[in-house]
Design a protein around this ligand. Sequence first.
Ligand code: MRU
Length: 327
Amino acid sequence: MTLRPMRWEGGALMMLDQRVLPGRTEWLRLTTWQEVHDAIRDMAVRGAPAIGVAAGYGMALAALAGQNLEEVHKGLAASRPTAVNLFWALDRISGLQTSDFDTLLAEAKAIEAEDLQANLDMARHGAPLIPQNAKILTVCNTGSLATAGHGTALGIIRTAHADGKNIFVYSCETRPRQQGLRLTAYELTVEKIPFKSIVDGAAASLMRAGEVDCVIAGADRIAANGDAANKIGTYSLAVLAKHHGIPFYIAAPTSTFDVTLADGDGIPIEERDASEILENEGGLVGPANCPVWNPGFDVTPGELISAIVTEKGLFRPPYDFKSDGLK
Ligand code: MRU
């Protein structure tokens, strides 16, 4: 285990600031739930499972300060709308019906430890899907940084590599926040897994050239019928994979499932600020006041997903997670 996005230390939540990686390694010391809220909203921490873990610690910080936990629950829930792990973790903490700090801190730590274990189990179930000499396409960052450790889709890739499979990864840049270029490329470099970064628009040509044996992505929320929300652009990859006859897999822990939703139409899709598209570090790129549409996520229909890998095993279409009693 080389990278961890956060740790509890000395009565505070130490959080690796993912906004400045890989150029700078800076740790934020968060001591209030509002700081945790802002870190989630501004994406200092991101990735569905990591957001859930952070929210758990945010509740513990509020308990330490003797704050109204019902209000804090609502406040943290307003940080980002799509990843259901956030709401799952908050419900789990609130479900304890106590404001005792030690109890809440222990639960937050349990959420973190269970996510790490889930990722290791998921990787065991998913690694056999990766053939020897596979060229794998992935999107966004689903690795150690997006979770309590190891990762979901990237965790499977990491385990396949550790198992001695001669794999090669193509990592989509992932516009506009470039989690693929900044974070996945960073993790693959640290892990010494051979890879190339591509711009998102290169995926079709890559598949047509026979350079992709499978696609693996993570998820932020999976409905009862297998429809899966993930980083914007994932749906395009699934359609492309179908066209080229390439298997398309989703990897996610059961904390990412929302079986209260019959299908993906009910998944709230975050719309983010225009500046993410219009600006780069050099300043404004588009015309001033350029209108943009900037959804953070899209929904891949379950029928396009060859298998969903969880810590409990593999599921194949047609998906019916409500009857499976997954949660
Ligand atoms: O906007 P982000 O960076 O939080 O989006 C992250 C993703 O879309 C991931 O693929 C998803 O959360 C799964 S992370 C294991």
